[in-house]
Design a protein around this ligand. Structure first.
Ligand code: MEV
Length: 330
């Protein structure tokens, strides 16, 4: 029986979370923390999914559909991805997926996109499907929309599949969401992530908070998103010229706008304040907000100092690489 192992990275937003859902640009990078998927063929038509974090789920594959689904609810979107791939690629053979992750769930580092991307990479190899990284968006986007509660940009799919640093922007073409992306090159920046340990499901802010703001204060979020788009333009240049001082300033500006929109959290604010006091060049939350992670851009050699400052708030500091590999086989 064939067995393959694949992995995909989590990611951080240098700028543009939330704004990207509404068609504005964002800047995103893959991180060194990854989710792993081992896929093995079965000689029947059963699908088994086992995740260290969420437990087990099972189903039966019949004519491209996954029927008689059972198991843990958070694993059902993964079954939906299995169904999308099985129906598009006419897979009738069963298989098992074993998932493990270095990315804390509901932390803002896109553990959900990393797992989807790792699964697709594993199935692609297991069944020789020939799916290109540039096609991942079409497979993963509907599942990401489901996980985010009905709205999503799909931005994280690019860093989880292609890796590196990208400027991304969602566009609607003939009523269908598409994502444009541009590589921003290779850079060895130093970052320290602060996990507040406050679990924050993406849908809290994406489905509930931001749409409610837009309804109650028309124009407010749009104005902030337009200012974030200007930050993205400046940041793209700062990133490419490796002007880390300016990059830090722009991260701080983006954070101020997110805080004005009520997307931050007291624990995030504490971590950001302490990181900046300890000499970080810039610091901001990443992802959906209301908990989860922030990250600080630091000068080389300052990682431990800033990590200690972040830990002084009770958060967990994570020193990892940024801008590295996307989805890959092991
Ligand atoms: C969540 O990781 C990032 C958001 O911008 C939502 C999205 O892009 O779908 C808040």
């Amino acid at each position: 029986m064939k067995v393959v192992k694949a992995s995909a990275p989590g990611n951080l937003f240098f700028a543009g979370e939330h704004a990207v859902v509404y068609g504005h640009p964002g800047i995103i990078a893959a991180i060194g923390k990854r989710t792993y998927c081992t896929a093995s063929e079965r000689n029947d038509n059963k699908i088994l999914i086992e995740s260290k974090e969420y437990g087990k789920a099972s189903g039966v594959l019949e004519k491209g559909k996954v029927i008689s689904r059972e198991g843990e609810k958070p694993l059902m979107p993964l079954m939906n991805l299995v169904e999308i791939v099985a129906s598009k690629k006419e897979i009738s053979n069963g298989f098992e997926l074993k998932i493990s992750s270095e990315i804390p769930v509901e932390s803002g580092m896109s553990s959900s996109t990393a797992v989807l991307s790792a699964i697709l990479t594993a199935l692609n190899e297991l069944f020789g499907l020939g799916i290109k990284l540039s096609e991942y968006f079409d497979y993963l986007y509907p599942v990401q929309v489901e996980i985010h509660g009905g709205k999503a940009s799909g931005s994280e799919i690019i860093s989880s599949s292609i890796g590196g640093y990208h400027r991304i922007q969602k566009i609607e073409k003939e009523g269908k969401a598409k994502l444009t992306w541009k590589s921003l090159g290779e850079h060895e920046f130093s970052v320290v992530i602060g996990n507040t340990l406050v679990r924050a499901p993406t849908m809290l802010t994406v489905k509930h908070h931001v749409p409610s703001l837009m309804k109650r204060f028309p124009g407010m979020a749009e104005q902030a998103f337009e200012r974030i788009a200007v930050i993205c333009d400046k940041m793209e240049k700062a990133l490419q010229s490796e002007d880390i001082e300016l990059l830090g300033i722009l991260m701080n500006e983006n954070q101020r706008l997110l805080a004005e929109l009520g997307i931050s959290h007291p624990k995030l604010d504490d971590c950001i304040k302490e990181a900046l006091k300890a000499g970080a060049l810039g610091a901001k939350l990443s992802g959906a907000g209301w908990g989860g992670v922030m990250f600080a851009l630091v000068k080389k050699g300052d990682e431990q100092k800033v990590a200690k400052a972040i830990e002084s708030t009770g958060a967990e500091a994570i020193v990892t690489t940024i801008g590295g590999d996307g989805a890959k086989l092991h």
